[in-house]
Design a protein around this ligand. Structure first.
Ligand code: HEC
Ligand code: HEC
Length: 249
């Protein structure tokens, strides 16, 4: 902003102090980054970003050391062990879901049992010795995480066949949604941006991660929309179309 415009804006703000008192002005000058009073759907989606990768969402460095509750016999170490999804899974089922095997196998239970729980009790869990997030993640951000855990989980087995990994959606409808909502950024073939794994490959390997990200958006990628405010079936129809997209570039 040019200096004179800045000064004019400052003058207007000073005028407001006189007119409306300091509280409003504090809001104008220093918008609370965590947006604690966001609407419930926005709060759940932001909680979904934090669940995926809180450090990336908050533009912070994750701790370098391995999380105290991460099993020491696992090959994974360091930053990734602090992500909620690493212990509890993209399907929220932990050891009973997709992370019952593979490199994220920890034997730790999911968060599905905490759906509907009092959010303040969930905040207390995240601050307990098992979790150790107190002092690392602000209370306002923990509140968004709790909003997601309590109210934002979907039962993924209702939407993705656990045996075949096929989304239980209508691919023809999904093509219309995909080509109008998603293709502008991701290409009709689902190969954009080029740093990203092709959608066809993502659908074959981890459709739960895809559903989590379609509903909530992508952690640290502010432009990627979340469809949480719409019927979940729309996201699943889109996924039914994404299955047919190329698996390789
Ligand atoms: C390093 C592994 C690990 C990470 C990372 C982790 N948790 Fe946990 N979590 C656990 C373990 C272990 C338990 C089970 C504790 C117990 O039963 O006493 C648990 C339990 C929970 C529960 C209670 C589930 C229930 O059925 O009541 C919630 C909710 C939860 N975690 C949320 C989170 C959130 C949100 C994050 C990210 C901010 C997170 N966890 C990150 C290991 C982890
Ligand atoms: C305004 C642009 C934009 C739109 C519209 C958009 N996305 Fe995205 N999306 C992104 C960006 C940027 C990323 C981050 C890509 C990366 O990881 O390199 C992303 C990431 C994703 C990811 C995670 C990819 C990964 O590697 O983990 C999925 C899945 C996804 N988008 C699906 C969709 C679907 C489905 C739609 C339509 C409902 C959609 N996106 C609409 C920009 C967009």
């Amino acid at each position: 902003m040019h200096l004179h415009r800045y000064l004019r804006a400052l003058g207007a703000v000073r005028g407001l102090v006189v007119l409306t008192g300091a509280a409003v002005v504090t809001g104008l000058i220093v918008p609370t980054p965590a947006m604690a009073d966001m609407d419930p759907i926005g709060a759940m989606a932001r909680g979904g970003h934090l669940y995926d990768n809180w450090a990336k969402t908050l533009k912070m460095d994750a701790p370098e050391d391995t999380h105290p509750s991460w099993p020491s016999d696992s090959k994974k170490k360091g930053k990734t062990t602090w992500r909620c999804k690493s212990c509890h899974g993209w399907d929220y089922k932990g050891a009973e879901g997709a992370y019952g095997k593979g490199s994220f196998k920890t034997g730790i239970k999911g968060i599905a049992g905490a759906a509907g729980k009092d959010p303040s009790a969930i905040v207390a869990i995240m601050k307990d010795d098992t979790h150790a997030y107190g002092g690392k993640i602000d209370d306002a951000d923990l509140a968004h995480l709790a909003a997601f855990v309590s109210g934002g989980q979907v039962d993924m087995t209702q939407y993705i066949d656990p045996g075949t990994l096929a989304p239980k959606g209508d691919a023809a409808k999904g093509a219309g949604y995909y080509n109008t909502i998603c293709a502008g950024c991701h290409g009709e073939d689902g190969l954009k941006p080029k740093e990203m794994k092709p959608f066809g490959e993502q659908m074959a390997k981890d459709p739960w991660e895809v559903l989590h990200k379609i509903l909530n958006g992508q952690a640290g990628e502010d432009e990627m929309p979340g469809l949480r405010a719409l019927d979940t079936q729309i996201a699943v129809d889109i996924m039914a179309h994404m299955v047919s997209l190329p698996k390789e570039r």
